[in-house]
Design a protein around this ligand. Structure first.
Ligand SMILES: Cc1cc2nc3c(=O)[nH]c(=O)nc-3n(C[C@H](O)[C@H](O)[C@H](O)COP(=O)(O)OP(=O)(O)OC[C@H]3O[C@@H](n4cnc5c(N)ncnc54)[C@H](O)[C@@H]3O)c2cc1C
Ligand SMILES: *[C@@H]1O[C@H](CO)[C@@H](O)[C@H](O)[C@H]1NC(C)=O
Ligand SMILES: *[C@@H]1O[C@H](CO)[C@@H](O)[C@H](O)[C@H]1NC(C)=O
Ligand SMILES: *[C@@H]1O[C@H](CO)[C@@H](O)[C@H](O)[C@H]1NC(C)=O
Ligand SMILES: *[C@@H]1O[C@H](CO)[C@@H](O)[C@H](O)[C@H]1NC(C)=O
Ligand SMILES: *[C@@H]1O[C@H](CO)[C@@H](O)[C@H](O)[C@H]1NC(C)=O
Length: 544
């Protein structure tokens, strides 16, 4: 081969390689353009807006990164926060997207430990807005958090910093009742107080939260415990249909007939599958109820604990009865609730002969919203930091007593040290709660059909620098539950999601087969794992 021929050959090779480069680039350009075009077309915006979005996206990102984004965010979150906010604003309108730092909103996040300033704050008006929002966030690989009532005290669950955007569902707060009064359709951004106020005049109600300020969305996705759960199951057991926005933006129904695997998963499976934009709940025929609230001295706690256990074992067989049992350092408060008008129901007999300090609410036949208002008033309205923790066990007086003593020691010490207030609450779960769930198609919680209690402690404090001390003190109480309960064979692995703190793992407690089923359903409805990777935090399957 002479030099001239070699020269020609090299020149030819360069041309081929150049062509090859061009082909790759052209492919990428085409792909990127197609992707932007597909996104923009799916957003249903005017031509002017479409052009503006396309131009800005191409300018800011460059085409080659666009063609890589979708595959990349599965490994690492990309960000593009301000670009996402800008596109969502262009698409949904100025009033729907606000600068996170300019917000002077009313108190929304219940716990100050969740107050974070997001890159922007998006308030969709309807499911279509949610669909466009999630498409855009997915396209750009932008982290997000979803908030309904904002009552989770776990930082990052329904809050996010400037590295992402907050989707606030507060505007999705409509409440409607079907003409036959059988189904109430409720937006996730409603609060239980508003729900009961709306339904009471119709003489029906729904199985929902007990405190009026709590949000509909989070409570239902965590299962939801109600005064009426012994009679009708968990709140989620009474969902007829979910309207859900999936990560690809499609808006689907999940019910016993349609997407029934997702229907099952959403009953307790948390924020792992999509954004729920409407819950259609079966109503229950409860109108007026009987209730009373009684305050006892803390020196009567041993007697009250045995009365509670007696009610758990005997009185609770009357599934119309439920008891709110809350111990504080100074007093023990007991709420007795019966799901129809009554005259001192027999079920509560164990409590009647303990002398109260006071009877703030004497026996009343009243509406559900009147009870909900009373209970709401019992919670501190001071803006401060909160946490809760959960543990479950069989009904077993001895650990109740021992754990209460350990809790009291910790609660007194942490109060002296930080001023924090805490409560010790036992929540009764009858076999009927479990069987009602099964009868209504089953839920994701995997509960054993045994009498049990779900314990929770709530702690309120003021200063960030006390966060660790406060949490450590309550963690040691749940550790004691586990130790004592395990030793007596009464500890249960299931932890109620709605009372669980961020280091707890409620999904794990659903058991290996339910967990595997939840994972495969999540993969089916969210194949690109948007809710595991781009969602800021939460009780996520990827961490369970
Ligand atoms: C004072 C008080 C009383 C309570 N009483 C009860 C009670 O009686 N029964 C009971 O079961 N629980 C009760 N809880 C617990 C309560 O259910 C949880 O805190 C629940 O998470 C609150 O729901 P939210 O919509 O206000 O929460 P948020 O903080 O808005 O959301 C909680 C979680 O759900 C996710 N999420 C919310 N909405 C959606 C949605 N539409 N789609 C997808 N993901 C979503 C969020 O991202 C977050 O991870 C109580 C809590 C408090 C603070
Ligand atoms: C274009 O997109 C298709 C489908 O996503 C992909 O298989 C192909 O590799 C892409 N081409 C380039 C050059 O990026
Ligand atoms: C918008 O774009 C479409 C498709 O390119 C075109 O058919 C339509 O006429 C345009 N509308 C306006 C108002 O420019
Ligand atoms: C609630 O949280 C959002 C962001 O998560 C924040 O912008 C807002 O200021 C918070 N509310 C209050 C009253 O601080
Ligand atoms: C509540 O209603 C029941 C049944 O109608 C009745 O016996 C009882 O006296 C009422 N109680 C009160 C406090 O009004
Ligand atoms: C604790 O409770 C007392 C009495 O209700 C109240 O004055 C105080 O502000 C509370 N402290 C906190 C941190 O909530």
């Amino acid at each position: 081969m002479n030099l001239a021929i070699l020269g020609l050959f090299l020149a030819h090779l360069r041309t081929c390689l150049a062509d090859f480069d061009t082909i790759i680039e052209r492919g990428q350009v085409e792909n990127a353009t197609l992707k932007v075009t597909a996104l923009v077309m799916s957003l249903d915006v005017s031509n002017g807006t479409a052009t503006a979005i396309t131009t800005r996206v191409k300018e800011e990102l460059g085409l080659s990164s666009i063609s890589r984004i979708e595959t990349q965010y599965e490994q690492e979150v990309i960000g593009n926060v301000q670009l996402s906010c800008w596109v969502i604003k262009a698409c949904l309108g100025e009033d729907i997207v606000k600068d996170g730092s300019l917000l002077a909103e009313i108190e929304i996040n219940w716990s100050q430990s969740c107050w974070q300033t997001p890159g922007c704050f998006i308030s969709p008006r309807n499911a279509a807005d949610v669909s466009k929002t999630i498409k855009i966030l997915t396209f750009f690989g932008t982290p997000f958090a979803i908030r309904s009532g904002g009552h989770s005290p776990n930082p990052g669950w329904a809050s996010i910093d400037e590295g992402g955007v907050l989707i606030d569902l507060g505007n999705l707060n409509s409440i409607k009742l079907s003409s036959d009064s059988k189904v109430a359709s409720i937006g996730p951004g409603s609060h239980w107080g508003a729900v009961y106020n709306f339904l009471d005049p119709f003489g029906v109600t729904v199985v929902g939260g007990r405190i009026p300020q709590v949000g509909v969305g989070g409570l239902l996705l965590g299962g939801g415990l109600s005064h009426f759960s012994s009679q009708f199951g968990l709140a989620a057991d009474n969902v007829k249909n979910y309207e859900v926005v999936l990560s690809d933006g499609s808006i689907i129904g999940a019910n016993a007939q349609e997407n029934s695997d997702l229907f099952w998963a959403l009953k307790g499976g948390g924020p792992n599958f999509g954004i729920v934009t409407r819950f259609d709940l079966y109503t229950v025929p409860i109108d007026k109820i009987w209730y009373s609230a009684i305050v006892y001295s803390s020196s009567d706690v041993p007697q009250l604990l045995s009365a509670f256990v007696r009610w758990q074992n005997e009185g609770s067989l009357d599934t119309k009865s439920s008891v709110i049992f809350q111990i504080g350092l100074d007093v023990c408060s007991v709420g007795l609730v019966y799901s129809e008008p009554a005259n001192l129901p027999l079920a509560f007999a164990p409590f009647y002969n303990i002398t109260p300090l006071a009877v703030p609410i004497s026996p009343t036949n009243g509406s559900i919203s009147s009870l909900s208002d009373i209970l709401g008033g019992a919670f501190t309205q001071v803006l401060e930091r909160h946490d809760y923790r959960a543990a479950s066990s069989l009904i077993d007086l001895e650990p109740y007593t021992q754990v209460e003593a350990q809790w009291r020691k910790q609660a007194a010490a942490i109060q002296t040290q930080t001023g924090a207030n805490t409560t010790f609450t036992l929540q009764h779960i009858s076999k009927d709660v479990v069987s009602q769930g099964l009868q209504k198609g089953g839920n994701a919680l995997g509960l054993s059909p045994v009498l049990q209690q779900w314990w929770t402690t709530v702690i309120d404090w003021q200063n960030e620098d006390q966060d660790d001390a406060v949490r450590d003190s309550m963690i040691s109480v749940t550790d004691t539950w586990k130790e004592l309960g395990t030793a007596r064979g009464s500890y249960l692995e299931n932890i109620f999601m709605n009372d669980a703190s961020r280091d707890q793992n409620p999904l794990f407690g659903y058991g290996p087969s339910n967990l595997a089923r939840l994972r495969s359903i999540a993969l089916k409805y969210d194949p690109s794992k948007v809710f595991q990777v781009l969602q800021n935090d939460g009780f996520l399957l990827s961490k369970a």
